[in-house]
Design a protein around this ligand. Structure first.
Ligand SMILES: Cc1cc2nc3c(=O)[nH]c(=O)nc-3n(C[C@H](O)[C@H](O)[C@H](O)COP(=O)(O)O)c2cc1C
Length: 323
């Protein structure tokens, strides 16, 4: 019997709304600064896109240290959105990002709808920005709301920001710290998100048993890394099957991805693109290794395009009964 020849050229491009990326492997917000700090360690031209640290309207010093703790299979961080603020981002960081030959996603955080809207309105016209990602997981200190956990508040935020984000891809980053993530996913999509990214970190804690005090000065932090991968994968698959897949909205999956196998799992579960964060602290070249591994997997499975993997996961119940 003649076996089919393996495909020669494999199409690694993926489409996120109007945007076509050269490959599906991205960096995630907060783990590689604004690009200039990361560029010496890895050819950013190999990435599908680069995602910046969260930018807020005003500069923030962040929380007092210790604000990062290593845990079993992961890390807890309570950086507290330390960043240079909107104006310095535009004057100092954006010109550097623009020269990096990689589509830039700028992550935006805020405390009120007005703050998000002001930042997004200023950023959207800049050609160097391919996408704006809303980090909705920080507490709304002015009225006690947490956008990422309240579907109504999230819907209002996204609908308002949508009015001023007319050029860039609008990505909404979902919090995993909810009872039913499909509710926030649905609210974001109905309010006009082009794409969802998930997940942000899970709230966690670590204790110094000798001092009998929390290890983080902030008491709690966000857990990331391999420890959260099965949790994140499940949430991506739920959102894909129940909300985003039927609505035709692409997902950027993230949470503990360290290897090509992890990336393939996220794509099978429904991610069009995958984000890598905590793994960069161990090996900043992880995205290249992941991409090469995904390409080899596609070759082995005789698939011509990486997008053929998206949502390919099947459950036994999907199959017709045997016999
Ligand atoms: C040190 C650190 C800082 C982070 N800062 C941000 C941030 O500023 N904005 C944001 O939306 N997510 C931030 N995150 C969350 C990541 O973007 C990502 O959602 C999460 O870490 C899961 O991916 P990972 O397990 O590959 O790191 C941060 C994560 C870490 C580890």
């Amino acid at each position: 019997m003649r076996t089919a020849e393996p495909p020669t050229g494999i199409d690694l491009t993926v489409r996120l709304g109007r945007l076509v990326l050269r490959n599906p492997v991205l960096t995630v917000s907060g783990t590689c600064g604004y690009g200039d700090e990361y560029a010496p360690f890895m050819d950013l031209g190999r990435l599908g896109a680069f995602t910046s640290k969260s930018v807020t309207l005003h500069p923030r010093r962040g929380n007092v240290p210790p604000r990062i703790i290593e845990t079993a299979g992961g890390m807890l961080n309570a950086i507290g959105l330390a960043n240079v603020g909107l104006e310095r981002f535009i004057s100092e960081k954006l010109p550097v990002l623009a020269k990096l030959d990689v589509p830039a996603f700028v992550n935006v955080a805020g405390h009120t709808i007005e703050e998000y809207r002001t930042v997004c309105r200023r950023l959207d016209p800049h050609e160097a920005i391919a996408g704006i990602e809303l980090n909705v997981s920080c507490p709304n200190v002015s009225d006690g709301l947490v956008f990422g956990t309240d579907p109504d508040a999230l819907g209002r935020l996204v609908a308002d920001v949508r009015k001023v984000v007319t050029r860039s891809l609008l990505i909404v980053k979902l919090s995993p710290n909810v009872t039913d993530i499909t509710q926030t996913a649905r609210a974001a999509i109905e309010a006009g998100a082009d794409c969802l990214s998930l997940v942000n970190t899970f709230v966690g804690m670590a204790i110094d048993v000798e001092r009998q005090r929390p290890l983080l000065a902030n008491r709690t932090g966000g857990l990331s890394g391999p420890a959260i991968k099965p949790l994140a994968l499940h949430l991506v698959n739920r959102v894909y099957r129940e909300v985003a897949g039927p609505a035709g909205i692409p997902l950027i999956g993230m949470g503990g991805i360290c290897t090509w196998r992890d990336a393939v799992e996220f794509m099978l579960a429904g991610s069009t693109a995958v984000g890598i964060g905590t793994a960069l602290f161990i090996d900043p070249t992880t995205p290249v290794k992941v991409l090469e591994g995904v390409e080899a997997y596609l070759r082995r499975h005789r698939l011509k395009s990486v997008s053929q993997l998206v949502g390919r996961l099947r459950f036994d119940a999907d199959e017709p009964p045997a016999g």
